[in-house]
Design a protein around this ligand. Structure first.
Ligand code: ADP
Length: 591
């Protein structure tokens, strides 16, 4: 009998003895209220248990029962558009069962057991199948087709396969395995969250994940299957940026983990997402989203669970061959939970009290992202992009969580308090941020967007970097000491910053820019720059160029709707040409 007795309670940590038969990472039920916990350390017959629910009122002598199973998630139709807590309990069902004050130890099924789904078989009797093969599909939401895959470890021949409506537990297929045993397969499978779901092989992630955010797509792009971090101090726009990515990234599936952030931020997501329309399909964004809500008012330990629950669900959709984007807001809150548990376990503390394994835990999480070829005979390629927000105290990224994260991720979007203060949003610092996917994306964008895409990006970035150098001179000796050509650089980099980089998330049109629009917008700015330099060479004064009224049209170009971009931008280009030619002509006349 895997039954033990509590000997100590310390916040979310419970120590129980008499647990010799239990295993590390087993799920346990604690006390009469059946609180859910997980064994995170074993010493002889003593188990240290991380409890995912409020432990107040718990005391020594109470009973602990191991379920003998590792913490797992249920995977199958019904995940999409559901809002779960950290241990995959659907919030709505919990509210139904116990009102807004969620009762402790409440048991609700992750996937609805009564609901039926229309199963369309994709295999026929006699076909050979192995793990990962799609035996049938379910139209889960208007835009997501859930692929029912042969669970891991099963290989054989289809003996029976059914068509019609079934619950997630009912058998939809019977497979006779190599030993001649008949195995019933349902639409639901379980997977232990701490274990990476298997795949055939990983590929290098090369294609761009479009986000519609100009500073991201053009300057610091992330690929499908890539890993990125957004560190930034409080109020610098981490949450807004994550929401923007969740809303607009061209992913088939979005998994959003709200981890330890304030409850009202999560409420924003819950309220906003269902109302938002997917620009590609016109359907509600919730039709492709799974939300995991583990807010700061929920128990600390459940933060860790929410991270694993989220990434396992994301892997499941990746295995179907989808492009999945996962956002975790914020990984710092998770790390703080690790620190708290580690302290209670009396482990040897590492830097700033974080456990020594902080780096490896973060790495394990981000390593589950990638571009993979799925198991099974039909080489499906799926991607899992992981984007983690980091909230370093005081915005100082020299602290352990930021540092450990930066060693792992390939894209760094450094949010900057000074920019946020100036209301330059998104406050992503263009001088400190980077993307190691840049070369790959350049190749991709030059083929898929425009042959000049990367050339323009490089030129614009050079201008921004030169601006930073010129600004130092300006501060010392004033702007008048600069040549007209340098002042043209200042004028252009101002335009890159204010017209291109600055993007208002709350503006109906500006909130999203297609790659084509991004390309054309940067081209407008650079056209003006080249033409302006030409005029300066011909003797035109910079003061005349900066007074041209086409500058205002360039500034407003971002508010032009996608469908009018080509027409309007062509027009602005002609006007740039005309107005500067006019200056040059006048200059020549004056001579
Ligand atoms: P954090 O999560 O880093 O504490 P938030 O994401 O909540 O910060 O952002 C703080 C505020 O900054 C937002 O309420 C919003 O007013 C503003 N903001 C951030 N990003 C943008 C943006 N891209 N466009 C417009 N406003 C923004």
């Amino acid at each position: 009998m895997k039954k033990g007795t509590i000997v100590k309670v310390s916040g979310p940590l419970v120590v129980a003895e008499g647990m010799r038969d239990a295993n590390m990472f087993d799920v346990v039920r604690v006390s009469d209220s059946h609180l859910i916990g997980e064994i995170i350390e074993m010493h002889g017959d003593k188990a240290s248990i991380q409890v995912y629910e409020e432990t107040s009122g718990l005391g020594p002598g109470e009973e602990v029962i191991s379920t003998g199973m590792p913490m797992s998630v249920e995977l199958g139709p019904g995940l999409i558009s559901t809002i779960y807590d950290g241990i995959q309990r659907p919030l709505e069902k919990m509210y139904e069962a116990s009102g807004t004050n969620i009762r402790k130890g409440i048991e609700v099924q992750s996937l609805d057991r009564e609901k039926t789904w229309k199963f369309e078989p994709r295999k026929t009797i006699g076909e050979e199948v192995e793990a990962g093969d799609v035996i049938g599909v379910v139209q889960e939401t208007p835009i997501v087709e859930c692929k029912i895959m042969v669970p891991f470890g099963i290989k054989g021949v289809v003996k029976e396969i059914f068509i019609g409506s079934f619950t997630v537990e009912e058998t939809v297929c019977v497979i006779t395995d190599e030993k001649g045993k008949d195995i019933p397969v349902s639409m639901m499978q379980k997977w232990p969250v701490r274990k990476e779901r298997p795949y055939k092989r990983k590929q290098s992630p090369d294609s761009l994940l479009t986000t519609g955010q100009r500073v991201v797509d053009t300057f610091f792009p992330i690929t499908k299957g890539g890993v990125a971090a957004i560190p930034g101090p409080f109020g610098s726009g981490k949450t807004v940026t994550q929401h923007q990515l969740a809303k607009w990234a061209d992913a088939d599936i979005v998994v959003y983990i709200g981890c330890g952030e304030r409850g009202n931020e999560m409420t924003d997501v819950l309220r906003e997402f269902p109302e938002l329309k997917d620009p590609r399909t016109g359907e509600s964004l919730m039709q492709r989203t799974v939300l995991i809500a583990n807010t700061s008012d929920m128990p600390v330990a459940a933060r860790e669970a929410s991270i694993y629950t989220g990434i396992t669900i994301a892997e499941y959709f990746r295995d179907m061959g989808y492009s999945v984007a996962l956002m975790a807001d914020s990984t710092s809150r998770w790390a703080e939970a690790l620190r708290e548990m580690s302290g209670r376990l009396e482990e040897m503390p590492g830097e700033e009290g974080y456990p020594a394994y902080l780096g490896s835990r973060l790495a394990q999480f981000y390593e589950r992202a990638g571009c993979v070829v799925s198991l099974g005979n039909e080489e499906r390629v799926g991607t899992l992009t992981a984007i983690g927000a980091v909230s370093p105290p005081g915005g100082d990224t020299s602290e352990p969580v930021s540092q450990a994260t930066l060693r792992i991720v390939k894209v760094f979007w450094g949010l900057d308090a000074a920019l946020a203060y100036k209301r330059h949003f998104p406050a992503i610092n263009w001088l400190t941020s980077y993307s190691l996917y840049q070369d790959k994306v350049d190749e991709w964008a030059d083929i898929n967007v425009h042959p000049d895409f990367s050339e323009h990006r490089i030129e614009a970035m050079m201008l921004l970097q030169t601006e930073a150098e010129l600004q130092e001179i300006v501060q010392l000796v004033g702007v008048d000491s600069l040549s007209h050509s340098d002042r043209m650089i200042l004028e252009t980099s101002r335009s890159v910053r204010e017209d291109f980089l600055h993007q208002n998330s709350f503006h109906e049109v500006d909130t999203y820019a297609s790659l084509h629009k991004q390309y054309r917008m940067l081209k407008l700015i650079l056209d003006f720059y080249h033409k302006g330099q030409e005029a300066i060479k011909a003797g035109v004064m910079i003061q005349k160029i900066t007074k041209l009224d086409v500058i205002e049209r360039i500034g407003r170009a971002k508010y032009v709707e996608e469908s009018n971009v080509d027409k309007t931008y062509d027009d602005i280009e002609r006007e740039i040409e005309a107005q500067i030619n006019d200056l040059m002509k006048k200059g020549a006349d004056e001579l």
